[in-house]
Design a protein around this ligand. Structure first.
Ligand code: 13P
Length: 209
C-alpha cells in the first residue's frame, strides 16, 4: 500500500526494550509508517525514515498530574503523531468526547499530528468541536467490534463510513483500523491509510507496507 499512512499501534506491548528494538529492526524503513510504542520505549528506539507517535497524552504541558505525559514532552523527544480517543481509552479508562477534545486541542497547539480514533460517527463532532487546524487531524474509523477480534469490517460498510466521515470533515485524512491483516488490507484501499494493532508486532506486517 504505497503512500498510504500506516500507523502501528503497539498498545501495551512488548514487555522489554530489547523486544521493542527487535520489532522496529524488522520494519521496512519507509517514511509513510508511524510507529506508536508504549511511552517508555519512545525515547529509546532508533528510527531513520519511520516516524514516531504516542498512544495518548495529557491536555496540559506541565504541572501536578501524576502519571501523565504532556504534548510538549512528546514534541521534545521527536514525536510527530499522537493517537487520541482510542476505543480502549474510551471504554477502559472512561475518556469522553470532552476530554478527548481537550487533548486534541493541546496536541495541535504543540504542533503534533493527531490521529483521532472513533468507533461511532457520533463521537466525531464533539471530539473535534472548535478545532480549526483540521489538516493536522487524521480520523481513524475503528469499529469497536472489529478491534482485536479477527472480524474486520466489510469493505462496503467501511466505505460507507469513510464517505460519511469525509462529508463531515473533508479536509481530514481517514484511516481504517480493526483486525487488519495481510489478506484483507486491500479492502480499505479507498482510505488514506490504516491503523494496525496486532499485525504491527509480527513479521508479516512488512507485506502491507
Ligand atoms: P487490531 O489490529 O489488533 O484489531 O487493533 C486495532 C487497533 O485497535 C489499532 O488501534
Amino acid at each position: 500500500m504505497k503512500k498510504k499512512l500506516i500507523v502501528a499501534n503497539w498498545k501495551m506491548n512488548p514487555t522489554t526494550l530489547k523486544q521493542a528494538e527487535g520489532i522496529v529492526k524488522r520494519y521496512k524503513d519507509v517514511s509513510n509508517l508511524v510507529v506508536c510504542p508504549p511511552f517508555v520505549f519512545l525515547n529509546s528506539i532508533k528510527l531513520n525514515k519511520v516516524q514516531l507517535g504516542a498512544q495518548n497524552c495529557f491536555w496540559l504541558n506541565e504541572g501536578s498530574f501524576t502519571g501523565e505525559v504532556s504534548p510538549a514532552m512528546l514534541k521534545s523527544i521527536g514525536c510527530k503523531y499522537v493517537i487520541l480517543g482510542h476505543f480502549e481509552r474510551r471504554s477502559i479508562f472512561k475518556e469522553d468526547n470532552k476530554t478527548i477534545n481537550l487533548k486534541v486541542k493541546a496536541c495541535l497547539k504543540s504542533n503534533l499530528n493527531v490521529i483521532l480514533c472513533i468507533s461511532e460517527l457520533k463521537q466525531l463532532k464533539k471530539s473535534l468541536d472548535g478545532i480549526e487546524r483540521l489538516n493536522k487531524v487524521i480520523i481513524a474509523y475503528e469499529p469497536a467490534w472489529a478491534i482485536g477480534t479477527g472480524k474486520a469490517c466489510s469493505a462496503s460498510l467501511a466505505e460507507k463510513k469513510r464517505l460519511l466521515i469525509k462529508e463531515l470533515f473533508p479536509s481530514c485524512r481517514v484511516l481504517y483500523g480493526g483486525s487488519v491483516n495481510e489478506d484483507n488490507y486491500l479492502d480499505y484501499n479507498n482510505f488514506d491509510g490504516l491503523l494496525v494493532g496486532e499485525l504491527s508486532l509480527k513479521k508479516e506486517f512488512n507485506s502491507i507496507l
